[in-house]
Design a protein around this ligand. Structure first.
Ligand code: 13P
Ligand code: SF4
Length: 335
């Protein structure tokens, strides 16, 4: 069944939601969503998490279909881990500037220059780049994984130079970085953040490690999206300044409704430029259509998949065993 369009060309919301519900059961589908997704998507998802939580969930689910409400590299990870499942993404254009900053052909040349280095690659990259890497990391587990490596191990880190610089400082390791970055986290303004801190001196600053050092140096806490959520939930402060994509404010408000969360500003002081334009491509309408048609589907060629699976499995082996950063409450509809 397809839903008729309304006069203004949009779909009736109530029917849309009930159709998603019906299709989810009919197709034995699970809806996974990242914290940067639209609040409506987060609320109807079966599970909401950071990149590590979502990849664990994708590997463990017994659903036949994974509807991935996030960006393409995240859905690709789900397909690499669960090749027998149908993995769909509401909008195939939902890419990532970090992935774009690291084309596989260029990365292959970079990799070849450092044959005696271990290649730690941030999960925000293509399957082809993962296939050339030794260990995949996320912002949840990177420090923990690096600390298990021998002190004399030479390391290259790709593609996020800001995450790399943060980790090098945190772990005291020398590393060679691929020069990539996230366009969203690079847009925060240090000048505006300093002004905001002066207006709210009691508000701790929490930041994602994809932010440049000139933002991280003002942060009281740096961590993955799950870790940021846990920090604001557990910290006794009443007000927080948050330097990451504003989609995360939704779970903050849900988990601590009595607290105040203020998004860190961009250069003009109050721009909306810190929204991830790729994450924003996914909408409830597109979610319905991809579940209905089971398209667009993520495909990864088998040779690349097998090669990319090895560094992902290495990541799981070297990660903390439990999802230590998750809140005690369930996010999304189910755990
Ligand atoms: P997390 O793994 O912290 O959720 O980060 C994903 C991401 O793309 C941040 O920009
Ligand atoms: Fe990629 Fe940045 Fe968007 Fe995360 S916020 S998906 S790193 S562009």
């Amino acid at each position: 069944m397809s839903i008729p369009l309304m006069a203004n060309n949009s779909l009736p919301k109530v029917e849309l939601l009930s159709e998603i519900e019906r299709l989810r059961k009919e197709k034995n589908a699970i809806i996974l969503a990242h914290y940067y997704q639209d609040p409506e998507i987060q609320d109807l998802a079966d599970f909401v998490g950071d990149s590590l939580d979502l990849s664990r969930k994708a590997a463990a689910t017994d659903a036949d279909v994974i509807v991935f409400c996030g960006v393409r590299f995240m859905a690709e990870v789900a397909k690499i881990l669960s090749p027998e499942k149908t993995v769909v993404l509401p909008d195939m254009e939902a890419g990532c500037s970090l992935e774009d900053s690291c084309p596989p052909e260029e990365f292959a040349k970079f990799r070849a220059k450092y044959p005696d280095h271990l290649c730690l690659t941030y999960i925000n990259c293509s399957a082809a780049v993962k296939a050339m890497s030794d260990i995949i990391v996320t912002s949840s587990n990177a420090e923990y994984i690096i600390n298990q490596l021998p002190k004399n191990q030479k390391i290259v880190m790709a593609p996020d130079r800001h995450l790399g610089a943060y980790l090098a400082k945190k772990t005291g390791r020398e590393m060679i970085f691929w020069p990539g970055s996230c366009i969203v986290h690079e847009r925060f303004s240090e000048k505006e953040l300093i002004k905001l801190k002066a207006q709210h001196p009691d508000a701790p600053v929490t930041a994602h490690p994809e932010c440049p050092e000139y933002i991280l140096r003002h942060a009281d806490h740096v961590g993955s999206t799950s870790s940021i959520l846990k920090f604001v939930y557990e910290n006794p402060a009443e007000k927080f300044l948050v330097a990451t994509e504003p989609g995360i404010l939704h779970q903050m408000q849900k988990s601590a409704p009595h607290k105040t969360f203020i998004g860190a500003p961009g250069a003009d002081g109050n721009c909306n430029c810190n929204q991830c334009p790729y994450m924003a491509l996914n909408t409830i309408e597109k979610l319905y259509h991809c579940l209905n048609k089971l398209a667009p589907q993520i495909e990864v060629d088998e040779v690349t998949r097998i090669k990319a699976l090895a560094p992902l499995n290495k990541m799981f082996e070297m990660s903390p065993t439990m999802a230590s950063n998750r809140l005690p409450e369930k996010s999304g509809r189910a755990s």
